[in-house]
Write a protein that binds this ligand. Structure first.
Ligand code: ADP
Ligand code: MG
Length: 252
C-alpha cells in the first residue's frame, strides 16, 4: 500500500475501506454431496476484498478456506449466493468466461508447487508468459522472487522453498490483479516459509497485487493488512492490522 504511505495510521483502516473493492461475495454457500451425505462447506459468506491489500485467511482445517478461495478464483462455483469480481458477476459467468477470468486476472499458489519436472525454472515460467497478454519475461519474474541465479535449474535441483518461489514467479509473471495462495508455506520449514512470505509481501508492495494467503498458522496474520477468520463455513472475524510486520519478524 505504498500509495497510502502519507496517511497516518489512524486513517489506515478507513483508507482501506475506500480503496476499490476487488471481490464482493453475498450470502455465498457451497454444498458438497457425497453419496447420501451433504457437507455444507460454506454457509453464507459476505466478504469484501480491497485493491492492493494483503489478507490472511485463517481457520482450522475443514473450515472452508480452500472452498472460498477456489470460488473467488473461478476454480469452483458457489451453490447459491453471489461472487463479484469488480463489475463481473462470477456466479453467472459461463465456463469460457471463468477461464478468461482466471487466465488474465488471477495467479494461484498452492502448498505443492506443481512444477513440470522436465522443464527448467525459466521454462516453467515461460509456459505461462507464452499465453499471457502483457507478461514479464521469465527472467524478470524469477528476479522478483530472488532466483536470477537459478534460471536453468530443474525442479529436482532446487530446494522446496526455491521451487515454491518458481511457482510464485510463474503465478505473477502475467501481472495478475489478484494472487490467491492456499497454504503456500504449508510444506516448508519456518525459515524457508518466511523467505516465501517475504517474496509475497514484496510482490504485494511492488506490483500492488491484491493478495490472499490461506493459513492455519495465526502468526502469519501479523504481516497482513487484514485478518479474515473462517469458522465452520462462515466469516467469524474480520480485523484490520494497523501495523503489519515484516515476515523476518515472524516466529513459529
Ligand atoms: P479448509 O481449506 O479450510 O481445510 P475446505 O474448504 O477444503 O476446508 O473444506 C471445507 C469442508 O468441505 C470440509 O468438511 C471438507 O471435507 C469438505 N469438502 C471440501 N472439498 C470437498 C469435495 N470436493 N467433496 C466433498 N467435500 C468436500
Ligand atoms: Mg484447505
Amino acid at each position: 500500500m505504498a500509495e497510502l504511505g502519507w496517511l497516518d495510521e489512524l486513517d489506515y483502516g478507513a483508507a482501506m475501506k475506500h480503496s476499490a473493492v476487488v471481490f464482493r461475495t453475498h450470502e455465498l454457500t457451497r454444498v458438497y454431496y457425497t453419496g447420501e451425505v451433504e457437507i455444507r462447506a460454506l454457509c453464507g459468506v459476505d466478504l469484501e476484498l480491497y485493491a492492493g491489500e494483503f489478507v490472511v485467511l485463517l481457520g482450522a482445517s475443514g473450515s472452508g478456506k480452500s472452498t472460498l478461495l477456489n470460488i473467488l478464483g473461478g476454480l469452483d462455483r458457489a451453490s447459491s449466493g453471489e461472487v463479484w469480481y469488480g463489475e463481473q458477476d462470477l456466479s453467472r459467468a459461463d465456463e469460457n468466461q471463468l477461464t478468461e477470468f482466471r487466465r488474465h486476472h488471477v495467479g494461484f499458489i498452492f502448498q505443492f508447487y506443481n512444477l513440470i519436472p522436465s522443464l527448467t525454472a525459466r521454462e516453467n515460467v515461460a509456459l505461462v508468459t507464452d499465453i499471457a497478454r502483457n507478461p514479464m519475461t521469465p527472467e524478470e519474474a524469477l528476479a522478483l522472487v530472488g532466483l536470477s541465479e537459478r534460471l536453468d535449474h530443474f525442479p529436482a535441483q532446487l530446494s522446496g522453498g526455491e521451487q515454491q518461489r518458481v511457482a510464485i514467479a510463474r503465478a505473477i509473471a502475467k501481472r495478475p490483479e489478484v494472487l490467491l495462495c492456499d497454504e503456500p508455506t504449508g510444506a516448508l520449514d519456518s525459515a524457508t516459509g518466511i523467505r516465501v512470505l517475504e517474496v509475497l509481501q514484496r510482490i504485494n508492495r511492488e506490483l500492488g497485487t491484491t493478495t490472499v494467503v490461506i493459513t492455519h498458522n495465526a502468526v502469519i496474520a501479523d504481516m497482513a493488512d487484514r485478518l479474515i477468520r473462517v469458522s465452520d463455513g462462515r466469516v467469524s472475524e474480520v480485523k484490520d492490522n494497523p501495523h503489519p510486520v515484516d515476515p523476518q519478524q515472524l516466529r513459529w
